[in-house]
Design a protein around this ligand. Structure first.
Ligand code: HEM
Length: 235
């Protein structure tokens, strides 16, 4: 099988299975997804707290528990992302794909426009790709990777506030507060980044199901067993 090394486009058959997503990438994907669900729910409850809960205050620690769960999931999410960044360096070339879209490659741009035209019903069939198609790759970089950097740094800055200026946490992350012009703006950007990532997740989940049915490649099973298989020869 002939594949363009930069863009990952399959140029010629016969088609063979390709090992694309290594175990750490797959583990990271599903663990990160679970963290995101927990963060989305607890974050929403922090931003829009429930009305006061009845009963003796001593026995109700609800809001503090919500915050604690949010912080634990957030730390896990940040550590997982840091490990994923390391894996982008030491893993296979598909592990780098969402961090380094090959913007310098003509083949990649032409694939991106072809994919967009396919979604607009202007092309009958998509190209085949070993890794992500260029449009998915760009969305993952712009929406997921950049969005994750923003949500992690604004989150760590908000977390640091409880320790006060001069603390180790503030020394590490207080610059985000200064850069954005204060705590309220950090909070606003943190929430906007959450909606940005939620939008990505919504479209992403729709697209992986759609592509699994329509693209002629395995998609969902690829994030489970790591292997991309081609279900039919391209038209
Ligand atoms: C919070 C929700 C989710 C987020 C933020 C998310 C994010 C991502 C990211 C960043 C990648 C790229 C992985 C890489 O190359 O390193 C990816 C790939 C993938 N995700 Fe998700 N994901 C989410 C939920 C899901 C769900 C629910 C499914 C399936 C039911 C799914 C299926 C996949 C598949 C199949 C791929 C690989 C696509 C391909 O083969 O090219 N994701 N996801």
């Amino acid at each position: 099988m002939k594949v363009n090394r930069v863009s990952g486009r399959v140029l010629q058959g016969p088609y063979e299975p390709v090992y694309v997503y290594e175990a750490p990438v797959r583990f990271w994907h599903w663990a990160m997804m679970l963290c995101m669900i927990v963060l989305g729910v607890t974050g929403y409850l922090i931003a829009r707290p429930l009305p006061a809960i009845g009963g003796e205050a001593t026995f109700s620690y609800f809001f503090a528990n919500v915050r604690m769960i949010h912080f634990i999931a957030a730390m896990l999410f940040a550590v997982l992302f840091a490990v994923r960044l390391v894996w982008a360096i030491v893993g296979n070339r598909h592990a780098r794909s969402i961090f380094l879209p090959p913007l310098w490659s003509f083949e990649w741009w032409s694939g991106l426009f072809h994919q967009a035209a396919y979604y607009l019903f202007l092309r009958k069939a998509p190209h085949h790709w070993v890794g992500h198609n260029p449009l998915a790759q760009l969305a993952m970089f712009v929406m997921f990777v950049l969005g994750t950097f923003v949500i992690v740094f604004t989150g760590l800055s908000l977390f640091s506030e409880q320790f006060g200026w001069g603390s180790g946490w503030m020394n590490a992350f207080g610059w985000v507060n200064v850069l954005l012009g204060g705590s309220q703006m950090v909070r606003t950007v943190h929430q906007l980044a959450m909606w940005w990532l939620a939008l990505f997740a919504l479209v992403h989940v729709y697209m992986v199901f759609r592509e699994d049915i329509m693209s002629g490649e395995t998609v969902i099973s690829t994030m489970i067993n790591g292997v991309r298989m081609f279900k039919r020869e391209p038209r």
